[in-house]
Design a protein around this ligand. Structure first.
Ligand code: G1P
Ligand code: ZN
Length: 543
């Protein structure tokens, strides 16, 4: 096998964001662009001689081409084994599961998660380390530094590899093993949840509608819900993965999962609805005409965790990202376990999970997961809900409203302003920060500001500090407004405004979230002058 040492020049923009390097497909299609970054990965974590690499992606446009390039570069770097998902596919949670199960040194996942795909959409690449979780910032920063100084990369001169037939092929020093992308993952799910009980639930006529949004979880849902749990075929919606996700936006929320929302709001709606995103790590859950916020979902899973066999011994602790509502904190307090507040992004949960400080983690952005892997996990959340529904024999709405009665409701919403001009967005943020000194004690209608800060996090395990993780405005009654700029967007800036208010009076808990939060929404405008800086009257997406 001949190895070419290809001369290249650096690109200046290969800095990984909240979740890997994510760019428009056209950026990745530039000559040497992907190769440079892959070399930055291998050289930063290397030498990789003799190691095992897991490789797969969410099947979006350019997935197959990228897989071939990475296999050739991994052979040139002398990995001893590459486990590649059949067809180049692996959901993010499945990749994490496979890395851990096969004791690989790490994995490359090709995905831009919930961003649209297709030739005009986005592509992405992220590296996960041997615990199955996203590479921490020190590593991604080192990759970025390497990418800025790169002058050549190594690639094997071999023809394309067959990634569609299961089995082993040996190239030079490297075994390339094509694996079933679903099997390991499905097996793990059957160990965590009571499949027998869920099978009975379906046999009794319980109806689920699962929307894979034409993305990676289609084959996983078919294997688990239909083949293993006996749900009828009509359970599956949009479950054939397409390279452009059917030209949709594979983000499971009330705006983009419109097909599912329509079904769940119809007169003859199924009992339970769920959707997942491009790479299968996000989830949205719905009851009949009823939306469960991801923050509530985390709290409810925590409160009911012992109903699932995998968590029957109880949970050690909960971690939530800073903008996520404080509903989980209330459950943790009641259970007498710690609740950690981390910056946005799954990578901040890794240390807490590895140190066994927490069992469940979640983010308001439709991400929930546990210590079973080191990524958030869309189907896992749906199975957890199914297990709880099978045990409690109540509707989704009953479970949520009785949770509110017991713990109070953290009324919650996120308003996103997408594709805002970057300088204006930065100005908006710095103008709020300038007010920090004078905000505490100020009254706004019914609310008084208790504190304002730019969130900084000290990791309790390795003491690393992450600063500037979002502006927090805290009110004396526990309500909050959080302002953050997205770290995953690829066009301009995305401003996220997170709103939260606590409601312990049962008769007010049923209120529509936007109505209940209307005063906080006005205060956010007053503090940030969103209309002036973004030129928008309305958020692009409300979740
Ligand atoms: C978004 C979400 C964040 C999530 C990330 C990756 O990041 O807000 O919670 O971890 O996607 O799925 P953001 O664009 O806000 O930086
Ligand atoms: Zn995702």
């Amino acid at each position: 096998m001949n190895i070419s040492h290809v001369k290249t020049t650096d690109f200046t923009d290969q800095k990984p964001g909240t979740s890997g390097l994510r760019k428009a497909v056209s950026v990745f299609q530039q000559a040497h662009y992907l190769e440079n970054f892959v070399q930055a990965i291998f050289s930063t974590i290397g030498p990789v001689t003799g190691q095992t690499l897991i490789l797969g992606g969410d099947g979006r446009f350019y997935n197959r081409e990228a897989i071939q390039i990475i296999i050739k570069m991994a052979c040139a770097s002398k990995y001893s084994r590459i486990l590649v998902g059949q067809g180049g596919l692996l959901s993010t949670p499945a990749a994490s599961c496979v890395i851990r199960k096969h004791q690989a040194n790490g994995g490359i996942i090709l995905s831009a998660s919930h961003n649209p795909g297709g030739p005009n959409g986005d592509f992405g690449i992220k590296y996960n380390i041997n615990n199955g979780g996203p590479a921490p910032e020190q590593i991604t920063n080192a990759m970025y530094t390497y990418s800025k100084n790169i002058s050549s990369y190594n690639i094997a001169d071999i023809p394309d590899i067959d990634i569609d037939t299961l089995g082993n092929q040996r190239i030079g020093h490297t075994d390339i093993i094509t694996i079933d992308p679903v099997a390991d993952y499905a097996e793990q799910m059957s160990q965590l949840f009571d499949f027998e009980k869920i099978r009975k639930l379906f046999a009794g006529g319980f109806r689920l509608c699962f929307d894979a949004m034409h993305a990676i979880n289609g084959p996983y849902a078919k294997e688990i819900f239909i083949d293993q749990l006996g749900a009828p075929a009509e359970t599956l919606m949009n479950c054939t993965p397409l390279p452009d996700f059917g030209q949709g936006h594979p983000d499971p929320n009330l705006t983009y999962a419109a097909d599912l929302v329509k079904v769940m709001n119809a007169a003859d709606a199924p009992d339970f609805g769920a959707a997942s995103d491009g790479d299968g790590d996000r989830n949205m859950v719905l009851g009949q005409n009823f939306f469960v916020t991801p923050s509530d979902s985390l709290a409810i899973l925590a409160a009911n965790a012992t109903l699932a066999p995998g968590y029957a011994d109880g949970i050690k602790g909960i971690a939530r990202s800073m903008p996520t509502s404080q509903a989980a904190d209330r459950v943790a307090a009641a259970l007498g376990i710690p609740c950690f507040e981390t910056p946005t992004g799954w990578k901040f949960f890794g240390n807490l999970l590895d140190a066994d400080k927490v069992t469940l983690c979640g983010e308001e952005s439709f991400g929930t997961g546990s210590n079973h892997i080191r990524e958030k996990d869309g189907l896992w959340a749906v199975l957890f809900w199914l297990n709880i529904l099978a045990e409690r024999q109540e509707s989704v709405e009953q479970i949520v409203t009785s949770h509110w009665q017991q713990y109070g409701r953290n009324v919650y919403s996120r308003h996103d302003y997408e594709e805002v001009e970057s300088d204006s967005a930065e100005r908006l943020m710095s103008n709020i920060k300038k007010q920090f000194d004078t905000l505490p004690g100020q009254r706004f209608g019914h609310y008084t500001i208790a504190f304002s800060d730019d969130f900084a996090y000290t990791d309790p395990i390795d003491n690393s500090i992450s600063r500037q993780q979002g502006i927090r405005i805290g009110f004396t009654d526990g309500s909050r407004i959080v302002f953050r700029l997205s770290g995953t967007g690829t066009k301009g800036a995305t401003l996220r405004v997170y709103l939260e208010q606590f409601e312990d009076q049962a008769e007010k808990q049923q209120q529509d979230a936007q109505a209940a939060l209307s005063e906080l929404i006005q205060i956010a405008e007053q503090l940030a002058e969103i209309k002036k800086h973004t030129g928008r009257d309305q958020p692009t997406v409300i979740t």
